[in-house]
Design a protein around this ligand. Sequence first.
Ligand SMILES: Nc1ncnc2c1ncn2[C@@H]1O[C@H](COP(=O)(O)OP(=O)(O)O)[C@@H](O)[C@H]1O
Ligand SMILES: [Mg+2]
Length: 248
Amino acid sequence: MKTVALHNLKGGVGKTAAAVNLAYLAAANDVPTLLWDLDPQGASSWYFHGQPQHEKTKNVLHGATPVSRLVTPSPYANLSLIPADFSYRYLDVMLRKVEPPRQALRRLLKPFAGDYALAILDCPPSLSHLADNVFAAADLVLAPVVPTWLSLRALEQVEDYLRDAGFDPSRLRPFYSMADRRRQLHRELIERRPQAMARGLHAVIPYASMVERMGERRAPMAAFAPSDDPALLAYAELWLELKAMLKL
Ligand SMILES: Nc1ncnc2c1ncn2[C@@H]1O[C@H](COP(=O)(O)OP(=O)(O)O)[C@@H](O)[C@H]1O
Ligand SMILES: [Mg+2]
């Protein structure tokens, strides 16, 4: 089983939109997929109509409750969820108490290797103990980056953090998200990619009202958007790049 995290220091950059669309596309392409919503806001759980199981997060972290009890079905074949639990707002503190440090999430994902080929982690915006666990568990960390200097700076901060914490920064793979080609700066940063995007994926997710409409439909884009919709095609390209990188 391969593990991919959608992570960024910044919020509102398209992590959840990418997690939801990638999870759907993977599952629709016959890759048994588990989406774990680690953000207490529970946005990806909401898109997939997932309700958290009534298990104490603390008991799961300490092994008293099997992690498999957290899994719920999604409305789609091949796709299961671990919905966010409101107690995840304390996940950082709870993870600090689990030994060995940083390895809890990796250990919790292990039992799923028999049933799933791909785990997708939808992360809250942070650089913290939870992020350490995510970096230790993920084969790839996908970071949506809005084409602005401030977002690129946040990306560099994540990369510095990874390096300082002893992780391999080459597993951090950014991609442009919410790109608005009507804006000159966006166009420039997409065409002449700065150094921070050197390891970036090719897919560029456009700023598009069709993505926002996922909220109205409570569904991934592929479930309602026309098959030639540019944003859907961009997610499909992102999925194909991910599939190739992970040899799925
Ligand atoms: N490509 C996009 N174009 C337009 N709106 C987007 C796009 N991606 C996300 N959004 C919207 O922006 C908001 C934040 O997106 P979300 O994926 O939840 O970000 P994050 O998970 O990084 O906080 C949501 O309302 C979502 O509908
Ligand atoms: Mg989110």
